[in-house]
Design a protein. Sequence first.
Length: 135
Amino acid sequence: MFLCAMMLTSCWRSRTPCIYELPEGFRGWTLVEFEVDGAPALPQRDGKLLFSFPASGRLVTSSRFKEGLAKDEFYFVGQKRSPLSVSIGGSDGMIWAQVTGATGTGNVSSRTFQRFFVGSRQEFEAAANAAPIPK
């Protein structure tokens, strides 16, 4: 059993960890669009990619999405910096439904995006059907 676990985890690549900073009190869906021409690249802080969201919760970057495993961090930022917990396996937290996807079909070029919800379980359940998709 241990050997199987070791073999499975060795197949997954690691990636640069990410720091997600959201305006203090933000509630709702976020959306990150990757590889947008003319958009700024993601900066780094302490060797981690920094996603600093505006009040709209939408962020565009020219950076590529990187797959793999990493320990990401989520924070509210304002007068102070407060860590946010991720909901895992239905546990209560403030970060819900983190998903990566791509737009486009057939010969139409696609764009990678990432989204997640920020809020309580009740807020997430009420907004679950309103998840944004880039155009």
